[in-house]
Design a protein around this ligand. Structure first.
Ligand code: PMP
Length: 408
């Protein structure tokens, strides 16, 4: 007899579950390819510590006698220099002065933690309201809503008819227009995961129009700032455009990818409010919730990020690191496209180079993805998405052969 016998099994995680299947595949390392997790890799397929982060780590270890060298608790809402710098990176100088007194930032357990703490807050203090997420999205989005006890619905995002892959702005706007007032609208800031298709600045204006007219509450998810264009400011365009229009919003910000700090869990939640008292109370309630959840955030990654934010030379190095990563990904896209075109694989593979960010959305079915893995040992998310930096000169032919096989 056990208290726990009635607990149902849970489905495997759509990303980490497949990463595990890759690991457990008994064929030799050289015969299998891991394109599952959205993590940057070097040309040998190995994880990378960014030069800016390496220098920040050296700075921190050299200052062991200063306030950075100990292991004390951070405040409940995190390291002040990190919070300030993270907000600056997201909003830029102009919006920062525009938002004076209307912005609250708390450090968060990376992007996922920011989403969760905020949706818990919404459920508890703003009541049950539906969260709308793009039909193609990071598979964890609906799960976070469910765990926070909020109903969630998809809005249409991608048009896949006619062999092209583009934003279906009309369908998206129609679905947002039909959403009840006060609904939370989840938006990817840039480098949309998994499709690599973002709205244009003009489309963002139309989205903002609907959000303002219909009194919807935008929730931006920023996991790939810098990966869309290589430029932090340009990639933050949507958030800044909304802020300039005076819209209230939430922003979940992750430094997992753009600083390569995945496991350090470095992120922030930003809240923009037009009611200073409401904002103040929200900060108090968030801190109260955090205190009873994980008490205070991890310190080391935030110190690394803050060191980069505060030192102009380190910041310039970070900027360069981001350009290098996004540039190398663009090169890999071209190589994969060329490999498929050389094989005359049926399909329009120009989408691989027109999409941006970390992923290529190949439009493969669940069954085709299954064959990619079971027959070809090429592991990928089942929504038809591959993580482009997992490609390299040694595996690109195997990947192209596998795609060719499953689509013909
Ligand atoms: N949002 C999106 C769209 C993502 O792709 C990711 C990372 N895969 C996250 C949020 C959160 O990542 P993390 O919690 O590691 O910052």
């Amino acid at each position: 007899r056990s208290f726990f016998s009635a607990i149902p099994a849970a489905p495997a995680d759509p990303v980490f579950g497949i990463a595990l299947a890759y690991k457990n595949d008994p064929v030799p390392e050289a015969q299998k390819v891991n394109l599952v997790v959205g993590a940057y890799r070097d040309s040998a397929g190995l994880p990378v510590v960014l030069p800016s982060v390496e220098r920040a780590a050296r700075l921190l270890s050299e200052s062991e006698t200063s306030s950075d060298g100990h292991h004390e608790y951070l405040p409940i809402d995190g390291l002040p220099a990190f919070r300030q710098g993270a907000a600056q990176v997201m909003f830029g100088d102009e919006c920062m002065s525009l938002l004076a007194g209307r912005l609250y930032t708390t450090q968060a357990i990376s992007g996922t933690g920011a989403l969760r703490v905020c949706l818990d807050f919404v459920r508890r203090h703003l009541g049950e309201r539906t969260v709308y997420y793009p039909q193609q999205t990071w598979p964890i989005h609906p799960n976070v809503c469910a765990e926070a006890g909020l109903p969630a619905k998809a809005y249409r995002y991608l048009a896949t008819t006619g062999g092209t892959v583009r934003l279906d702005a009309e369908a998206m706007l129609a679905d947002l227009t039909a959403a009840p007032e006060g609904s939370v609208i989840l938006l990817h800031v840039c480098a949309h995961n998994p499709t690599g298709v973002d709205p244009t600045p003009a489309e963002w204006e139309r989205i903002a129009d609907v959000i303002a007219e219909r009194r919807l509450l935008p929730f931006f998810d920023s996991a790939y700032q810098g990966f869309a264009t290589g430029d932090l400011a340009r990639d933050a365009h949507a958030v800044r455009a909304f802020a300039r229009r005076g819209l209230e919003m939430f922003v979940a910000q992750s430094f997992a990818k753009n600083m390569g700090l995945y496991g350090e869990r470095v992120g922030a939640l930003h809240v923009v409010s037009n009611d200073p008292t409401g904002l103040d109370h929200m900060g108090q309630q968030l801190r109260r919730a955090i205190r009873s959840s994980y008490s205070n955030p991890p310190a080391y990654g935030a110190r690394l990020a803050a060191a980069i934010f505060q030192d102009p030379a380190l910041f310039a190095q970070w900027d360069e690191d981001i350009k290098l990563m996004s540039g190398r990904i663009a090169g890999l896209r071209q190589s994969l496209r060329s490999a498929l075109e050389a094989r005359q694989t049926p399909g329009d593979w120009s989408v691989i180079t027109s999409q941006i960010g970390m992923f290529a959305y190949l439009g493969l079915s669940d069954a085709q993805c299954e064959v990619m893995m079971s027959k070809h040992h090429v592991y990928m998310a089942k929504n038809g998405r591959i993580s482009v930096p997992g490609l390299n000169e040694t595996n690109i032919a195997q990947v192209a052969d596998a795609i060719h096989d499953v689509v013909t």
